[in-house]
Ligand binder design. Sequence first.
Ligand SMILES: Nc1nc2c(c(=O)[nH]1)N[C@H]1C(S)=C(S)[C@@H](COP(=O)(O)O)O[C@H]1N2
Ligand SMILES: [Mo]
Length: 445
Amino acid sequence: MSRKPERGFIELYRNDPERAEALIFGRRAGPSRRGFLKGAGLASMAAAVGGAIPFAANMPAGLVPAAFAQAASGTAPAAPKMLQMAGKVPLILLQEKPLVAETPEHLLDDEVTPTDKFFIRNNGGIPDQPADPKAWKIKVDGEVNSPLELSVGELESRFPMVTLQLQLECGGNGRNQFVPEARGNQWGNGAIGCAQWTGVRLADVLKAAGLKSSAVYTAHYAADPHLSGEARPTISRGVRLPKAMDEHTLIATRMNGEPIPLIHGAPVRLVVPGWPGSASQKWLTRIWVRDKEHDGPGMTGTSYRVARTPMIPGGKPDDANMAIMESMPVRSIVTNVKHGTELSAGTRRLDLRGAAWAGDKAVREVHVSIDYGATWQAVSLAQPKNKHAWQRWTAAVALPSAGYYEIWSRATDADGRAQPHVAGNWNPQGYGANAVSRVAVLSKA
Ligand SMILES: Nc1nc2c(c(=O)[nH]1)N[C@H]1C(S)=C(S)[C@@H](COP(=O)(O)O)O[C@H]1N2
Ligand SMILES: [Mo]
């Protein structure tokens, strides 16, 4: 929607927010700053976003308009590179090796995420397609009375199969909100999918192996080769026993009614809903039950860890202050309006659809705002299909006149915790950024 790339604003904000603010808002930043745009600053902002800004008076000082802050293919700054892959719609390509690709938020409009729209997150290589999927074996050992070795065929015939709609979200979802930039793939909010998964309960398998009283943690292993070529695990995470024993934690063999495709972990993977996706080991080969917190690759240092008490953004972490990330934070997205949409002239009503989720918790309410958070309107929020499924919502907003708007959505979890306006609790690898989501639209004059 902006006429020319305005990437400079974002870089400037990242590198020198005070100066960016002074330039854009036409005054010096500081305690005496005015909280809104006017005069030449407003005119240049309006020119940059391509239209009048009806609620400019509410625009917080220093706010980078969403039109600049996020990439939207075609019109906005730096169109992202898209992944072209058989069996997938074009996804935003974040990394080629390992392959990492995000679902554009406006493609997450289905209640059940279709497999061709599901995001991809690999840390290593991709194993070969198993010749005989039913013969693939997984081991269960460690703090158990009778270690098991089960083929996928045995797994499916020996234990009850359940089908659930479960959200799978990368621990780094939303990472691109952090300032300064955190290390890792710069995800928007699209490292999430809520597919229908079929499999056996991990709890049933662990019970069959007979847990010893010393069992406190799981450790997950898989067949994906390490990118170094060395024979060591790409990633090996685990969860505390109560999460492993949760009836929604599955050893899954089917995704959306079909055998799991190779890219998503064929023939068998874990689905540990609501916790960082890295716990949901693909191409699963072994579950080692441990008598202490697991310390495999991805469990230590700053990996999948957040700060217990806030640390200095960009600063050096204190190991003792880093805690393993467990349930993911509350988040919402708009799924039917693409960021950067130009609405046809005269559009005064916008129907919205979206999704909201909150790790192990339910979402209590979602609100939307079109005036930079000055006023909020409650949406109509559906119950989840089952626990650990996301919740769909709908709303209609009235646009008072032509111009540039940002649709903000903000979810609140069952404990009353809402998405913040700006990502907080900075941590080196960028987990848990869940600021209010923003979609820019331009209603043409
Ligand atoms: N074996 C294996 N399992 C893995 C990974 C991996 O690199 N190797 N990545 C994890 C991460 S970080 C995420 S977010 C999810 C992503 O699952 P998806 O690619 O099916 O969307 O898989 C997890 N399971
Ligand atoms: Mo992830």
